[in-house]
Design a protein around this ligand. Structure first.
Ligand code: NDP
Length: 482
């Protein structure tokens, strides 16, 4: 059985415990590799390596650091197919999604921050005859970077690239459920000659390895993407140690469809917004509010399009819907479907586990895309994050009513509005409690924009300048002229 290894101080190593965790292929439900079960001792070794590398790395010129990151991007690009196959196998996502979104975005993350640091400028504040201030942005030291399983390489590199670009060294922890592409990334770092200790990747359980990073007294900055419950725990630990933290957490995103929407385009995009990556994207819409005058038409046409999402072996090039990432996650999704039935919901489409796809996938974790209506907007199914291919439809009459529904959840990551009425779009976008609002589209991302959520969807922002600022500490220096 293949063994994934930790990458510490430029070496591929087993964990100190020499114990292993099973790594499953969601499409088959079978173990296909083993992950090091690391603990706080491995984190301490990684910390020593990162700390030793920090002075050299932080003092390199911007151009030199940029070149290393560009080489990493090129290295991933050269092996795009290998990365895409690994991501699909590890997560259960359709290979075409890994090829077209996950891996290209990981490459873009490195290229974006490699070039961003070449163009970033420092601030200065003139005080006339008295003197002037200038602001130096300095890296903090060793950054702790923790990522989830839904977009493994995409989200891990979204943290690694800016952290390293501005001169920090790092310890990164991928989800134990999806470690493989982080292992491949480590191999690319070795191939391109990234100096030892600049990036360390340590595998293992979140409660053990993740917690060891968060509670390490000398790691001053934590960037975390994952569930809200874990995020709150991390915030507590980080609070006690006064660490800088960025938390990108869960969501329960609304899509609001008015009667003047371009319905054909809206439905085409909304179906992807609901079921791409089996609904396991933090930005997926899970609550669709549709104006009552077009409710029946929307419902009928939406369901017609959902039929294109047929769960199938993710390895096949035509597959648009793959497997759910883990047994635990499939149980959670099925629980919410049962809950919806108990609450009087109508299962308009799907609702069941797919028992057999082919011989290879007979024990895989597949669920039909599921559309439910007739649920109270305030019930548990409409308030709690499911993070799977389950969405609800709810009719509304007025803007006031739909705004109340949309903002009623504890989350506030993203929202979508479909309307041709510009004034309404602006006013509503302003009032929706969300970090990002798309009008007449979904998941269009510009890496320069601030990314993050409000309420229980997170604290802080990633992306563009926000990330460059997060991973640095500003120091104000006053020069007196009197
Ligand atoms: P988890 O919170 O379970 O885990 C996220 C990461 O944290 C994993 O690497 C996990 O390790 C680790 N972890 C778990 N416990 C701890 C701990 N006590 N201390 C430190 N690290 C820990 O989330 P999931 O992996 O289940 O991801 C799904 C969630 O992520 C959803 O809620 C989704 O909405 C959210 N998400 C948010 C995004 C955003 O940008 N706002 C983007 C993508 C997802 P391990 O897996 O090994 O246990």
């Amino acid at each position: 059985m293949e063994k994934i290894l930790n990458y510490i101080n430029g070496n591929f190593v087993v964990s100190k415990s020499n114990e292993w965790i099973d790594n499953y292929e969601p499409a088959t439900g079978q173990i296909y590799s083993l992950i090091p079960k690391s603990n706080s001792e491995d984190i301490q070794t990684a910390y020593e390596a990162a700390k030793t590398a920090f002075p050299m790395w932080s003092q390199l010129s911007h151009e030199d650091r940029s070149n290393y990151l560009l080489k990493i991007a090129d290295g991933i690009e050269k092996k795009l197919e290998e990365f895409a196959e690994a991501e699909s196998k590890d997560t259960g996502k359709p290979i075409k999604l890994a090829r077209s979104i996950d891996i290209p975005r990981a490459i873009s993350n490195f290229r974006f921050f490699a070039t961003a640091i070449l163009h970033a400028h420092d601030e200065a504040y003139d005080m006339g005859k008295i003197g002037f201030n200038y602001v130096k942005r300095k890296p903090l030291g060793v950054a702790g970077l923790i990522a989830p399983w839904n977009l493994p390489l995409y989200l891990l590199t979204w943290k690694i690239a800016p952290a390293l670009a501005v001169g920090n060294t790092a310890i990164a922890k991928p989800s134990e459920v999806t470690p493989y592409t982080a292992f491949l990334l480590a191999k690319v770092c070795e191939d391109i000659g990234l100096p030892k200790g600049v990036l360390n990747i340590v595998h293992g359980f979140g409660a053990e390895v993740g917690e060891a990073i968060v509670t390490h007294p000398k790691i001053p900055i934590i960037s975390f993407t994952g569930g809200t419950t874990t995020g709150k725990r991390i915030a507590q630990h980080a609070g006690k140690l006064l660490k800088k933290v960025s938390l990108e957490l869960g969501g329960k995103n609304p899509a609001i469809i008015f009667d003047d929407a371009d319905l054909q385009r809206c439905i085409e995009i909304s179906v992807r917004g609901a079921f791409n990556n089996q609904g396991q994207i933090c930005l997926c819409s899970s609550r669709f509010f549709v104006h009552k005058t077009i409710y029946e038409t929307f419902k009928k046409n939406f369901i017609e399009k959902v039929k294109n999402f047929v769960p199938n072996d993710p390895i096949l090039p035509e597959t648009s819907m793959g497997a759910i990432v883990s047994e635990m996650q499939i149980k959670k999704v099925l629980h919410y479907i049962e809950e919806a039935k108990k609450l009087g919901g109508n299962i308009l489409y799907g609702g069941k586990r797919v028992e057999f796809i082919n011989e290879r996938c007979k024990n895989g974790w597949f669920i039909e895309p599921t559309v439910i209506d007739n649920l109270d907007p305030y019930c548990s199914v409409n308030q709690e994050e499911i993070f799977g291919p389950v969405i609800t439809l709810t009719p509304f009459e007025s803007e006031k009513e739909v705004l109340e529904y949309a903002n009623s959840v504890s989350y506030g990551l993203s929202a979508v509005i479909w309307t041709q009425n510009l004034k309404r779009a602006h006013l509503l976008a302003d009032q929706l409690e969300a970090g990002i609002v798309w009008v007449n589209n979904w998941m269009v991302r510009d890496l320069r924009t601030p990314f993050g959520g409000v309420k229980e969807s997170g604290v802080g922002r990633e992306g563009g300048l926000e990330a460059l600022h997060f991973y640095t500490e500003p120091k104000n220096i006053f020069i007196g002229l009197l």
